[in-house]
Design a protein around this ligand. Sequence first.
Ligand code: CP
Length: 334
Amino acid sequence: MKHLLGIAGLDRSAIEGYLDLADHFAEVNRRAIPKVPALRGKTVVSLFFEDSTRTRLSFETAAKRLSADTMTFSVGTSSVNKGESLRDTVETIAAMGVDAFVVRHKSSGVPWQVSGWTNAAVINGGDGWHQHPTQALLDAYTIRGAFGSLEGRRIALVGDIRHSRVARSDVDVFTKLGAHVTLVAPPTLLPPSLEGWPVDVAPSLDEVIEELDVLYLLRMQRERTNEALVPTLREYTDRFGLTAARAARLPEHAVVLHPGPMNRGVEMAVDPDELRGSLITAQVTNGVAVRMAVLYDLLAGRDADLTDPDALVPAVGSVPTGTDPTARTSGRQA
Ligand code: CP
């Protein structure tokens, strides 16, 4: 069974395959009835042990648009509160007949553990500080939509890199796609070691802002630390926040991303609705298409019978040039 546990196992062509497949599902999502039968009969469960708005609802929307059945596990109302272990929880849900688990947990590595306890596909929906692979794929998809390619683009990731699974996944995806990445953060918000990170580091946003194609603001993750890693939030904003004055210094073509949820007045010290080049809403919209691509690849993927008129979109890497893969012609190989 294939899983999506992190970005490390994906090379450039696999990443581009997901982005190309997401293009087809973005077209589905623009239809009057954005639903296709591609995963009819499959069941996708959201196994979230940590709060989420975007990732959970986006995956559930993606599954439903592919006609999969969905189950939602809410830790607060589950038998975890009676002491049931993670493994027993996974095996209990798997016994109901599940094809994919989307797992979010505050501990790094939990999706890997889960993949050892079930025959279902496991998708990492964010584990601790470690990885958030579908966030990185949707970020790359959004940047590619703005510029056509990430090749040679100058991207700054700004803020709490240390605690950020988004940063770890984004750096891997962006650099594999040819972008030049600079981390911008105070030393206390950088990882203890950057050995092996293919990045530059800048000590303040002012130093790089005029050279950027992409400004990627990260959230201050106050729930992941009890330490005072910045003197005050006001001082953080003074050096690293996107203020109106800094926004005016961004190049005209530059775009601004944020994975959400935003801390308004901290890293986002300008009204995002007034922000030229903001792609923050587009990230959320694109997240559904990208997650449809991931679910489709893992659950139908290369084994899909593409002569079946119900199989709407071919798998990653299998779109023949010059054909319309979304055409629903009975019996025709797409
Ligand atoms: N970007 C992101 O993971 O948001 P949620 O925590 O709301 O899922």
